[in-house]
Design a protein around this ligand. Structure first.
Ligand SMILES: Cc1cc2nc3c(=O)[nH]c(=O)nc-3n(C[C@H](O)[C@H](O)[C@H](O)COP(=O)(O)OP(=O)(O)OC[C@H]3O[C@@H](n4cnc5c(N)ncnc54)[C@H](O)[C@@H]3O)c2cc1C
Length: 468
């Protein structure tokens, strides 16, 4: 059976929802069909907290009405083939859909690197509701297919989490809060290496250790030993983390790769990070757009390839795709990758390039830091915050920022993200106009972003004077 639609959207995550809503809101007469295999879209960011038991898993499900209330048609299936010449797709149920315009927003799947033993049965990854349910089954021994919560875990349960990015840390924390013995393995020499530099991570590592999480830093996993299940995780320093089959588990939190295996890679340009797009989300194939995690993007800072698999990138990319599909003017400037997470009592956020990543990209940068109280110092529960700015030595342009504090870091990192987006120098950021109130903000004379920018600017002046 074959049906036809004006705009066909493959995937119903944040990018697909944004595009569908824009198109239907602005052109109700355009028929929009969304194909998505799962019974519901999901709020993936909340999954670790469902595992921890803060709310039932179903609270992370998004209503289909986000798509259907504006008149998009939703088909619950998976596309197995796209014929770009004939402008039609084939679904797993064998039916076909013809399209005039196609948007591919199929997201990403967790990476399983080619390590011996990585496919053993007790090695899990986290993306879908099904993944979370498998982990809940394993933790609790409860095999209810519709399991929503873990009420208690097996005695003496051990988990090994590989990768200390935000997803790895959030999983490790969830397991620890449930009472498991937790080992967190990170090949770089500090935690959250893509979000913050080494000098910002010391308090985070201490916090993880105080929580009872065993850190294995600067070592990689060489192999996992076992027949059906991993019984030992072998690290590059020769040490072994032993696991009990039937009880313990391993989580691979090693990043995501674009979900593009169903596409003919000779028919559409795809690089190692996903479908190649331009700044209007157009692919190498006429009348085909791609956005979100399945697309390969670039950095707003140096224009070079950069991965940016975040919901906060997928949403604006989906909007740009929706606009361009309707012929409305829009362009996407590139990734900045502002992101935040929680490490015990600390809130952590980063944006743009870290100092070490900037060096890796060949940028000559320096950094300036400032420490402050999160509220006016005399206020109850005023905590501490440390801010680091990364600045281009040649131009004075702000290229990165990191914040570790006891509260309200996400809103503050967004200010630095805006500075990067606008190409501001440290000097320009040092004249930021801000508000002040004892409960909510920095002390009027001690806005830590402004202070760090002021220090950064004076450092640049003295560097320039020294050269002159
Ligand atoms: C545990 C976890 C925590 C996260 N935390 C954060 C966070 O705190 N902040 C943040 O910004 N981002 C976070 N992310 C990343 C964020 O969830 C993704 O960047 C975002 O969901 C990407 O949106 P998308 O629309 O591109 O893809 P997705 O949301 O992945 O949606 C893709 C959709 O396409 C469907 N699909 C795939 N293949 C096909 C096919 N062949 N046919 C039809 N449909 C198909 C999928 O099933 C899915 O419905 C997290 C991700 C995970 C896994």
């Amino acid at each position: 059976m074959k049906t036809n639609t004006n705009v066909l959207i493959l995937g119903g995550g944040p990018a697909g929802i944004q595009a569908a809503r824009y198109i239907k809101n602005n052109s109700p007469e355009t028929s929009v069909t969304v194909v998505r295999p799962e019974p519901h879209s999901m709020i993936y960011c909340a999954l670790p907290y469902a595992i921890e038991g803060l709310f039932p898993l179903s609270k992370t499900f998004k209503s289909d009405e986000l798509l259907t209330e504006f008149g998009a048609e939703l088909i619950r299936d998976r596309v197995r083939k796209v014929d770009f010449d004939d402008r039609e797709v084939e679904l797993e149920d064998g039916s076909q859909i013809g399209y005039e315009k196609l948007l591919i927003v199929t997201g990403a799947v967790p990476i399983r690197p080619p390590l011996p033993g990585i496919d053993l049965e007790n090695v899990y990854t986290v993306k879908s509701a099904a993944d979370v349910r498998k982990i809940m089954h394993r933790l609790s021994g409860n095999t209810d297919e519709e399991i929503e919560n873990v009420s208690g875990i097996k005695d003496d349960l051990v988990t090994v989490v590989i990768g200390s990015g935000a997803i790895g840390i959030e999983q490790a924390t969830a397991f620890r809060n449930l009472g498991a013995e937790v080992h967190l393995v990170e090949m770089r020499n500090h935690v959250l290496p893509n979000l913050v530099d080494r000098d910002m991570s010391d308090v985070l590592q201490k916090e993880l250790e105080d929580m009872g999480i065993n850190l294995h830093l600067g070592v990689s996993v060489k192999e996992l030993l076992g027949d059906k299940e991993a019984e030992s995780v072998v690290l590059s320093d020769g040490s072994h983390l032993d696991l009990l089959p039937g009880r313990d588990l391993v989580i691979a939190a090693l990043g995501m790769r674009a979900d593009v295996d169903f596409l003919d890679h000779d028919a559409i340009k795809i690089n190692r990070d996903g479908i190649v797009i331009d700044n209007r989300m157009r692919t190498s194939v006429p009348n085909v757009w791609a956005a979100g995690d399945c697309a390969a993007g670039w950095s707003i800072i140096d224009g070079e390839e950069l991965s940016g698999k975040l919901a906060t990138n997928a949403v604006p990319m989906g909007k740009v795709a929706g606009k361009d599909i309707l012929g409305h003017s829009a362009h996407y400037p590139g990734f900045i990758n502002g992101a935040a997470t929680v490490v015990g009592k600390w809130r952590v956020a980063g944006t743009g390039f870290t100092e070490s990543f900037a060096a890796h990209r060949g940028l000559d940068v320096y950094s300036a830091t400032d420490k402050s109280t999160t509220r006016f110092p005399m206020m109850p529960d005023a905590g501490n915050v440390k801010i680091k700015l990364v600045v281009d030595s040649k131009t004075g342009r702000v290229v990165g920022g990191q914040i570790v504090g006891s509260e309200a870091v996400a809103e503050r990192i967004d200010v630095i993200t805006l500075a990067i987006q606008q190409g501001m120098t440290a000097q320009q950021l040092s004249s930021l106009s801000y508000s002040s109130q004892p409960w909510q903000t920095f002390f009027p004379a001690k806005n830590a972003i402004v202070e760090a920018a002021t220090v950064a600017d004076s450092m640049l002046e003295s560097k320039t004077a020294a050269v002159g």
